[in-house]
Structures are given as structure tokens and as C-alpha cells.
Design a protein around this ligand. Structure first.
Ligand SMILES: [Ca+2]
Length: 398
């Protein structure tokens, strides 16, 4: 019944869609959406922080993820599948051997890595990646696996494939669950609300690959039992909030409509019917609010392509404790580091940092002793004069 409402709406929307000016393409910045509540977008500017940076590691290609470990070491993952270690004393080692069965070749093969929330006891890491395929199979096989990092940090051991999941980002919880986000772009529209697909969802499994009995759709017919929440486009940064143990995420909108969400069991987050985003030509996709659809805590319009998410817990930088740090990848609206000043679930101020670097910020991590590392993406666009290696910077208070 509920889903029917959306399909009906989609048909309606496609009939009344969109008003295109006769004298040219529509202005994509015209008619920005109206927020559902005060403070849901365009928060006031925070007072400017004084920071500088140290270059810690360079020469990366296809930067993907930074992972903070309990001993203050940092893992750095590239899309090719290489994982290096930045030790707390500044030494760099790697790449770590014994990776899961990644496919050979070019492009983004390793999507994400995440440390077990109980890493100090388990030394377990989780991987989302494209696997090598049997001869004759052309479609990539996307998998999530776990492995145990050797004490000397040179090898992963006891690799266990947990399932064929199209994982984008991973997050582990102290009670032994693993969250997996998946993507669901506009051309996959019918699949995103379809509970028989993994498209555009948050999935939740146990660390051993079994399925939690308390997942919200368990027991219903014709569903994927791993599904935890629906209606997502592309959540490219997720964390477990240390105060609430809930899943927080940032999500790429299309043209506008990037979101910050708390993802709760069994809720619908709206995409691709309810969104603050528009099509890339500025035409409407759908309304931004609808009964029964969860509103984002915060959204950006136009898009700045948020990637990576970290909650700052230490006090290395004045007033940063409790802030969220988010990367941004998208010219012209953003190639910088975003700090969101939080009051509970409300964004009360926003600060843009490292703007002068003009680099794509892919991920962020804070160590338990309060060092903050930022992962910059590589770029290979010679036409635009933008050729950079991926790099890791350490933020320094100034
Ligand atoms: Ca949404």
C-alpha cells in the first residue's frame, strides 16, 4: 500500500514534470527547495578555526578510506586495494598483504574498509570490494569480507567472505553488527523501494556473516532480510555515534539534496521520490517532504558531494569536540573540509576549512589521542590542469 503510493506518485510526477523555459535550459539554481524546519540547511557560519597542515603521505591513487585504530595508528586504503599504515610515530609501512580475493585491473576495486568496533580484542577489519570472478562471468561480484590484522601489521589472516553485498561504506558496532550502505541511482529507481533488492539500502549483518534476528523486515515474505533502512542514493560516509550507538550518515544528492541523516531501523529516507535534490538540468525529481518519509537532519543545496564522516571526540582544536567533519568533492560548490557544529541532532553552525587547498577531501579520521587526519583524493584531469596525487594531511592547531 505504502509503496504503491510512491509508484502512483512517480507516474504523476512524470506527467506533470517539469517546467522548462522555452528560451533555454532551466536555471538549476532557481527555486531552491523550502526546508522542513528552521536550521535544516544553510546553518550560520561558525567562527573560523586556526589550523595548518602537515603532509604525512603522498603518491596515493584513488584514495578511498582512512581508518583509526585504538593504538593511534591509521590505515589508508586506495581503490586499487592497497592498504598502508601511518604509525603513531609517523612511520609509514605497507602495503599490507593477505587481502581478500580482489579482482585484478584498474579502477575502484576496494570500496571501503572498517575496523571492528572491538578491534582491540579482535584485530578484525571489514572490507567491501569487487571480487575476482570465475572464468566466463563478466558481471563484477561485489563482496564484503573480514580479516584479522597480524600483530606486526603486515598481513591479513583468516579472510572470511561474509556475503555478496554491493557495499559502498561499512561501519561496525560494539554489539557485533556490521552496517553496509549501498547505492541506488536514478536509473535504478524501481529497485530502491523494492525490498527484494540491495539497491539504495542500508544493510545490517552480524560480524560472522549471519543475519540479525531483530532486523526490521525479518519474518516478512519476499524481502532481503539484511535490509535495515531504505530510500538512499549514495551514503559515502558513515559512523556509529559514540554517545547513542546509532548510525549516522552523509549522502550524495543529485543536483542538490546532499543529506546528513541518523539511520534508524525500518525507516524510509525517501530517495528517489522525496528529495531536496533536482535533476542535473534543474528540473524537479519530486517533493522534498512526504508523510512517513524521514527528513534529513540537514541538507545542502546546491550539492557539494559529501564524502567521509568523523565525529571529533578530543579537544586538540578549541571547540571542536562534538563537531562532525565531512569531506567535500565537488567543484564548483565545494572542494574543502566541512565542520558541522552540533547541538544534539541539530546542525547549529557550519565552517569550511582547507578552502585554499582546493582539493577533493575523501575521508577523515581522528585517533584516540586526538590527531586528525584528512585524506585528499588523487586527480588526473590534465585538460583542467588538475593533476594531483592522493595525500594524507595531519591537521595542526595554529
Ligand atoms: Ca533522504
Amino acid at each position: 500500500m505504502f509503496l504503491h503510493k510512491f509508484y502512483c506518485f512517480a507516474v504523476l510526477a512524470s506527467m506533470v514534470n517539469p517546467i522548462i523555459a522555452a528560451d533555454g535550459p532551466p536555471d538549476p539554481f532557481a527555486n531552491p527547495p523550502s526546508a522542513a524546519f528552521a536550521g535544516q540547511t544553510a546553518a550560520p557560519q561558525a567562527s573560523q578555526s586556526n589550523i595548518s597542515t602537515d603532509l604525512v603521505l603522498s603518491g596515493l591513487q584513488g584514495s578511498r578510506a582512512l581508518v583509526s585504530l585504538p593504538d593511534n595508528n591509521i590505515l589508508v586504503a586506495e581503490g586499487s586495494g592497497t592498504i598502508q599504515v601511518i604509525h603513531s610515530n609517523g612511520a609509514i609501512t605497507g602495503p599490507i598483504g593477505g587481502m581478500p580475493p580482489l579482482r585484478a585491473g584498474e579502477g575502484r576495486i576496494l570500496m571501503d574498509i572498517a575496523a571492528d568496533a572491538n578491534f582491540a580484542q579482535t584485530r578484525r577489519l571489514f572490507f567491501a570490494y569487487e571480487a575476482e570472478t570465475p572464468a566466463g562471468v563478466e558481471q563484477p561480484i561485489q563482496q564484503v569480507a573480514s580479516g584479522i590484522l597480524s600483530r606486526d601489521m603486515t598481513r591479513f589472516e583468516s579472510i572470511q567472505v561474509l556475503g555478496n553485498y554491493p557495499g559502498r561504506r561499512l561501519a561496525s558496532t560494539a554489539d557485533g553488527k556490521l552496517f553496509i550502505t549501498t547505492t541506488g541511482y536514478l536509473e535504478q529507481r524501481p529497485e530502491v523501494m523494492d525490498l527484494t533488492t540491495y539497491t539504495g539500502k542500508v544493510l545490517r549483518i552480524n560480524a560472522d556473516g549471519s543475519i540479525p534476528e531483530d532486523n526490521p523486515y525479518q519474518g516478512r515474505a519476499n524481502i532481503k532480510p539484511e535490509i535495515y533502512a531504505i530510500g538512499h542514493r549514495d551514503q559515502d560516509g558513515i559512523i556509529i555515534h559514540p554517545d547513542t550507538s546509532e548510525l549516522w550518515s552523509i549522502e550524495h544528492g543529485p543536483f542538490g539534496g546532499d543529506e546528513l541523516n541518523v539511520v534508524r531501523a525500518g525507516l524510509d529516507y525517501g530517495w528517489p521520490y522525496i528529495t531536496y535534490g533536482k535533476n542535473y538540468d534543474g528540473t524537479e525529481i519530486g517533493p522534498s517532504q512526504w508523510d512517513g518519509v524521514t527528513q534529513p537532519l540537514y541538507y545542502w543545496f546546491p550539492s557539494l558531494a559529501p564524502s567521509g564522516l568523523a565525529l571529533i571526540q578530543q579537544e586538540t582544536f578549541p571547540d571542536w569536540q562534538g563537531s562532525l567533519l565531512v569531506g567535500s568533492l565537488s567543484p564548483p560548490q565545494g572542494r574543502f573540509l566541512i565542520r558541522l557544529v552540533m547541538d544534539g541532532e541539530r546542525v547549529v553552525a557550519e565552517e569550511h576549512l582547507l578552502v585554499e587547498l582546493d582539493r577533493r577531501v575523501r575521508d577523515i579520521a581522528e585517533t584516540p589521542d586526538g590527531s586528525i587526519y584528512v585524506l585528499l583524493d588523487s586527480e588526473n584531469n590534465t585538460d583542467a590542469g588538475r593533476v594531483f596525487p592522493g595525500e594524507v594531511l595531519k591537521l595542526i592547531p595554529r
